[in-house]
Design a protein around this ligand. Structure first.
Ligand code: SF4
Ligand code: SF4
Ligand code: FES
Length: 534
């Protein structure tokens, strides 16, 4: 590794990298070494167009752009001299010459790099007296993004994203010189499965998402690290939370999982958390045959009574369990103990499958399909067959993905007992005997395993406004009500996470604390599909 000197401090950096890349690799960029930049982005090709990243390099008379110059052994850099600061001020003045004074009404305010750098590098007034040029505002670029031409600083991050990441090429720079502007080709909207990432990487308020713009000022939002539940890639996200409500998902950088991107479907899946069809009451089918709202305790007692009656009359072979790949490993570990305690052998996991691509989007549409598998829940296919043949009389279903596998709830209509733990209403409500509202992944503590075998953790970003518990807690209480050994009715996901490591070799040495914010690979994992990372 070459040694370079930055502002008098010697650091080891990876070779064959540009100065910005190398400093980013070792975590010093904008975190000890301040080199403002607009056009450079760690996951896009180098453009070298904004000229903001100029630094002094000993032995080279002119200032150099740090995003393009490659590190060399013995290189001596200064990022804080008067000459560098003058150059920055000059670039900023140029960028601001025609920029509208929009900050009070711009949705990017509070997370705008133009605002931040203007403040930081001392450009507080304008020397021009000419009116600012009017350009197009509120340009509809497609189903997800709105463009403000006046705010654009032509860093070309968005065009490179469309060329290099989504590989759809919708955005281009039209015209030349001061007539240059970002546009789409006539009749070709910005419309691809990753389109909303352009708003994240736009350093100013030129590109905003139709979904989030003008909903809330960003300084009211708290960013809570989490995991997307949209598919088994387990993309790392920030949940933007205020007033106990999730307003948006933004990508959180994890080079082993999703670089700095998320897909649009995953991004929009935040809406599931505050959806109006969340299950909000424990329900027990009453004497009239319709589900009636009841207390959690009454629903626990009803579940235990039904399960114990069925086990005693028809034996544990008549009972089956469908696990959910939306539940955490900790929830599923308690579920497995319940199975063992009841002597139930028929168990599987139902996972809805859909479209996949060779970038992030995976076919399994749940965050913890790999975790369920690592905990011994195989595909629910054979169980579905047993249900169709009427060989099962009692079923515990976590979530409603089973309905997708069955096609409809017909085969469940005649069950003696159907206990459902779910976040949302579903067709199961028509046939369930007991239903429990449970927490969304954004509302609980636990771990999930992504498609590449990386264990990642979640924590509550919001609290449900009604009584809802993690699946692990509901099952722990049912186990206790059944009087099963090892169940005291309590569920502590952090303790359960430690227990996972002891009970399952795949989880050896891993728990909620140790996986940190960027995840930790399973100790044993074989099924990573080609191209997945971790
Ligand atoms: S729209 Fe944003 S990302 Fe695209 S060139 Fe303009 S400033 Fe850069
Ligand atoms: S690729 Fe999957 S995990 Fe990633 S954002 Fe999309 S749905 Fe979520
Ligand atoms: S970041 Fe280096 S020129 Fe733009």
């Amino acid at each position: 590794m070459p040694k370079i000197t930055v502002n008098g401090k010697i650091v080891d950096v990876p070779k064959d990298r540009t100065v910005l890349q190398a400093l980013d690799d070792i975590g010093l960029l904008m975190n000890g070494v301040e080199i403002p930049h607009y056009c450079w982005h760690p996951k896009l090709s180098i453009d070298g167009s904004c000229r903001l990243c100029q630094v002094e390099v000993e032995g080279i008379p002119k200032l150099q752009v740090a995003c393009s110059i490659t590190v060399e052994e013995g290189m001596v850099l200064r990022t804080d001299t008067e000459r560098v600061q003058n150059a920055r001020r000059g670039v900023m003045e140029l960028l601001l010459v025609d920029h509208p004074l929009d900050c009070p009404i711009c949705d990017q305010a509070g997370e705008c790099k133009l605002q931040d750098y203007a403040f930081e590098y001392g450009v507080t007034s304008s020397r021009t007296r000419e009116p600012r040029r009017a350009k197009q505002k509120n340009v509809d670029l497609g189903p997800t993004i709105v463009f403000d031409q006046e705010r654009c600083i032509l860093c070309r991050r968005c065009t490179r994203f469309c060329d290099e990441i989504s590989e759809t090429g919708e955005l281009v720079v039209m015209n030349r010189g001061d007539e240059s502007r970002i546009e789409t080709f006539p009749g070709v909207p910005l419309d691809n499965p990753y389109s909303m990432n352009v708003a994240d990487i736009c350093p100013v308020g030129a590109l905003t998402t139709k979904d989030f713009r003008f909903k809330i000022r960003v300084w009211f939002l708290e960013d809570v690290p989490g995991i997307c539940t949209g598919c088994s890639n387990g993309c790392n996200i920030h949940l933007g939370v205020a007033n106990n409500k999730v307003y948006r998902y933004l990508p959180r950088r994890n080079d082993a999982v999703n670089d700095t991107w998320i897909c649009d479907a995953g991004r929009m899946s935040y809406r599931e958390i505050g959806a109006t069809d969340r299950l909000q009451h424990a329900l027990v089918r009453g004497s009239l045959g319709v589900p009636e709202a009841t207390s959690f305790d009454a629903a626990i007692d009803a579940s235990a009574a039904r399960l114990s009656r069925l086990r005693d009359s028809k034996g544990p072979a008549a009972i089956a369990v469908v696990a959910s790949a939306h539940a955490t490993n900790e929830d599923l570990s308690v579920l497995r103990r319940l199975l063992d305690g009841l002597g139930v052998a028929s168990a599987g996991v139902a996972v809805v499958r859909g479209e996949a691509d060779d970038r992030l989007i995976k076919a399994d549409k749940a965050a913890n399909a790999a975790g369920a598998k690592a905990l011994g829940f195989g595909d629910a296919g054979s169980l579905v067959e047993k249900l169709r043949k009427g060989e099962i009389r009692g079923l515990i279903s976590l979530g409603h993905d089973l309905v997708d596998a069955l096609g409809d709830v017909g085969p469940l209509e005649d069950l003696d007992t159907l206990i459902v733990l779910d976040t949302h209403h579903s067709a199961l409500q028509r046939v369930a005997h007991v239903m429990f509202p449970v927490r969304h992944l954004a509302e609980k503590v636990g771990t999930v395993v992504n498609v590449a075998g990386l264990v990642q953790r979640v924590r509550p970003a919001v609290e449900p406004a009604w009584e809802a518990h993690a699946e692990g807690e509901v099952i722990a209480r049912i186990g206790h009500a059944l009087g099963l050994a090892g169940f005291d009715g309590r569920f502590d996901p952090r303790e359960e996470s430690k227990r996972l490591g002891a009970d399952y070799p795949a989880f050896a040495g891993i728990d909620w604390n140790s996986v940190g914010e960027s995840g930790s690979p399973l100790a044993e994992f074989e099924n990573a599909p080609e191209g997945s990372r971790g």
